[in-house]
Design a protein around this ligand. Structure first.
Ligand code: ATP
Ligand code: MG
Length: 444
């Protein structure tokens, strides 16, 4: 991509309406554009990052045996009346009447719809477990949409649903998602901590929110610091080891404010390990048994001949919110440097030539380098604008492409100035640079 032909509308200054760094940066480098309150268009740079995050989320769902489907955004009110949530959901639900005056709605979540899909086809315990997920736009008419795409009205979510024959099997499914969430956030280079959570209007009894620390987060958290040293490596998809994995995290007190009890916190966590701070909720998992299967009559034949309602859980990840959350975690707003994790960066390499009015040689050289990386499968962007080099470097520090090649005046011969954002430059050959980039690709 040549930046002169790209649709990357960069602003000179931080927009004043944005209060937090992710919102500022996303507007500043043209990742999104607001179209109305809490509703955004995704421009090429932002869209690319979101799609890459989506793909990582998808891969980790597939790894635990979840199957991808796609349910519509518009739902009929019928099934919501069956579950009893049509009235309960309140004003966050966007209600629409079609031309026949049928009551429709823009889905805020999909428990009812997926249960309806399930009950129409699955009749026997032999077909269980079923883990189904989709990645789709949701609409919630939030009272106070704010912070850009972090709390908006239309947002992109991965939501998964599990169906099992018994509580025990359902907890196994829950634990699979628990594992897949740890892995997903790790691949996104985020430290997301599972915290015991309230179950809210979705209901149920076992629930964790996955939260990343950020001063601008809306969740207040109370946690034992030692939970940050845990990791999920080596876990296999087997009942006991997954149960142990979850227990390993649960041994440390870690809750959001809805579940917080001062006495418990002070009893369970020694003073030096206490951490009270704020965070962003990037995922939420629930186990809620037959809360929906019962009213919607989703049951299966059991081995002993009887029938029972299936036991369900639901598992969300805020795919669009993650774009902002990753910026909150990675952007240094004092130095004005963003560095996207390589796996989700909008481009893998930026080529920044100094452009000389009377001499095309640096641009020509940059174009050749660009072609070289292009044919070798590296997604590069070249800044071919007639602008001084230091403003190009500043611009790309904001865009956050993790690697740069800088072609200045002195640049001749085989060695190039190559730089990982935030680190010192090195002089390397094209082949050496390619090797580094390919290694990064393979890491994921
Ligand atoms: P919150 O407490 O932030 O409102 P929630 O508990 O209502 O979230 P869920 O219903 O569990 O959220 O949705 C799953 C995920 O979708 C959340 O973890 C979050 O990452 C994302 N999400 C929820 N509401 C929004 C929103 N208004 N804008 C962007 N992302 C959202
Ligand atoms: Mg909410």
């Amino acid at each position: 991509m040549h930046i002169s032909k790209s649709f990357i509308p960069i602003l000179k200054n931080n927009p004043s309406e944005a209060k937090i760094k992710s919102h500022q940066l996303m507007l500043r480098v043209g990742m999104i554009k607001q179209s109305s309150a809490g509703i955004y268009s995704w421009l090429p740079l932002g869209f690319k990052v979101m799609k890459k995050i989506e793909q990582i989320v998808r891969e980790e769902q597939n790894k635990i045996g979840a199957q991808e489907i796609l349910m519509p955004t518009i739902q009929s009110s019928e099934i919501w009346k069956e579950s009893g949530r049509y009235d309960d959901y309140g004003e966050e639900m966007l209600r629409i009447n079609d031309r026949q005056n049928r009551e429709m709605l823009y889905g805020p979540t999909n428990e009812e719809l997926v249960t309806d899909i399930f009950r129409s086809s699955i009749k026997s315990y032999k077909s269980l477990p079923q883990l189904l997920y989709h990645i789709q736009w949701k609409f919630r008419d939030e009272v106070r949409p704010r912070f850009g795409i972090m709390r908006c009205r239309e947002f992109y979510m991965k939501d998964a649903y599990s169906f099992d024959v018994s509580d025990e099997e359902a907890v196994f499914s829950y634990n699979k998602f628990f594992l897949s969430y740890l892995k997903t956030f790790k691949r996104l280079e985020l430290t997301a901590i599972p915290m015991a959570a309230d179950t809210g209007p979705i209901g149920g009894n076992l629930s964790h929110e996955f939260i990343i620390l950020a001063d601008t987060g809306e969740s207040k958290i109370f946690t034992d610091k030692r939970i940050f040293d845990l990791n999920s490596d080596g876990s296999i998809i087997e009942k006991n080891s997954l149960e142990n994995l979850r227990k390993k995290f649960e041994q440390y007190y870690s809750v959001t404010d809805e579940k917080f009890k001062k006495e418990e916190f002070e009893k369970e966590v020694s003073v030096e390990n206490r951490l009270i701070t704020k965070g962003i909720e990037v995922g939420h998992i629930f186990y809620f048994g037959d809360k929906y299967s019962k009213p919607l009559n989703a049951s299966v034949d059991l081995p002993e001949g009887k029938k029972d309602f299936v036991k369900m859980g639901s598992y969300g990840i805020g795919v669009s919110r993650l774009v902002g959350a990753i910026i909150e975690a990675k952007y240094d707003d004092k130095e004005e440097i963003m560095k996207w994790p390589f796996a989700i960066a909008p481009f893998e390499l930026a080529i920044l030539p100094m452009i000389n009015k009377n001499d095309n040689s640096t641009l020509e050289k940059a174009n050749k380098i660009f072609e070289f990386f292009n044919v070798n499968g590296i997604d590069a962007i070249i800044d071919d604008m007639d602008e001084n080099l230091s403003s190009k470097i500043k611009k790309f520090n904001l865009i956050g492409v993790p690697f740069q090649i800088i072609i200045g005046k002195k640049s001749d011969g085989d060695l190039l100035e190559f730089k990982e954002i935030g680190k010192d430059p090195q002089n390397l050959t094209l082949d050496q640079i390619l090797k580094i980039l390919i290694k990064q690709k393979e890491k994921n």
